[in-house]
Design a protein around this ligand. Structure first.
Ligand code: URA
Length: 266
């Protein structure tokens, strides 16, 4: 099958060397696709990894809601009406699960608060815990390249995780941790109102979709996030792709699929 230019570009950015590219130049430029805005990770590899829409209404927080803030953090009802500043503040000071004891800092999320694309990963790793930003390690570099391959700069999207704190030794998130953190991500999605959510990796997909179906069966399908109309597409976690480079071709199919879903959005 002949490779088009954007596919070749993707393969190059992803570190895949198809025979078509042998002896090809190695300098990379962003592909001219999806200009508007257009999975799975091991625990160990996790380490190797803001103005909102004018249509988004935020409300001032009634004192009764503010008062529902417990010693550990605000109630999910309180979080559900927060604007960015109180939301970030609530995350920074959250002590609702045991992860606050071992974190260096919280990892709120990063990027364009008017993004059309939102990427959701699993949880901060060591690099992210140190720097306070999601996907800054090796997996983050690959994620940047995956986005670049479909014409997206990291800065143009919004990137967040299921968990805002690093699980010790990069173990999988526990269900109570996910539950305690859920309201924060939900509010981020509500404030951003992305046109598409890209869930990277099994943990993100399972927790966003409340399913335990294998990632292989979840990819190349359109779901919707929680009780919203926001389409959600699943692909492999970049840390998994670092470990299993052969799967990068499937990830390219998923990215192309996500672009096609995005383009159908108004
Ligand atoms: N892996 C994730 O899922 N999220 C990060 O922020 C970093 C690595």
């Amino acid at each position: 099958m002949a490779l088009n230019e954007s596919h070749k570009q993707y393969l190059h950015l992803m570190g895949v060397q198809p025979w078509e590219l042998r002896n090809a130049r190695s300098d990379a430029h962003p592909p001219a696709v999806a200009q508007a805005q257009p999975g799975e990770q091991s625990a160990e590899e996790r380490t190797a990894a803001e103005a909102h829409h004018s249509s988004v209404e935020t409300v001032s927080i009634p004192s009764a809601v503010v008062n529902s803030t417990s010693a550990q953090g605000p109630s999910s009802d309180a979080v559900a009406v927060m604007d960015w500043e109180p939301l970030q503040d609530a995350v920074t000071h959250c002590r609702q699960c045991e992860l606050h004891q071992s974190r260096t800092q919280t990892v709120f999320g990063v990027g364009n608060r008017q993004a059309q694309w939102m990427v959701v990963g699993e949880a901060p790793g060591a690099d992210e815990d140190r720097q306070g930003e999601p996907f800054v390690g090796r997996a983050g570099q690959l994620l940047n390249n995956m986005l670049y391959a479909i014409g997206l700069q990291r800065e143009s999207v919004y990137i967040a995780n299921i968990l805002k704190c690093r699980p010790p030794n990069n173990r999988d998130p526990k269900s109570d941790e996910v539950a305690q953190c859920e309201a924060y991500l939900k509010r981020q999605v509500a404030l951003i109102q992305p046109k598409i959510i890209l869930a990277v990796g099994r943990i993100a997909a399972h927790n966003l979709l409340k399913t335990d179906t294998s990632l292989a069966k979840l990819r190349q399908k359109t779901f919707h996030y929680a009780d919203t109309e926001t389409p959600l597409v699943v692909t492999y976690h970049p840390a998994y792709l670092l470990r299993s480079p052969r799967e990068k071709r499937k990830a390219w199919q998923d990215l192309q699929y996500a672009v096609s879903v995005f383009k159908k959005q108004k």
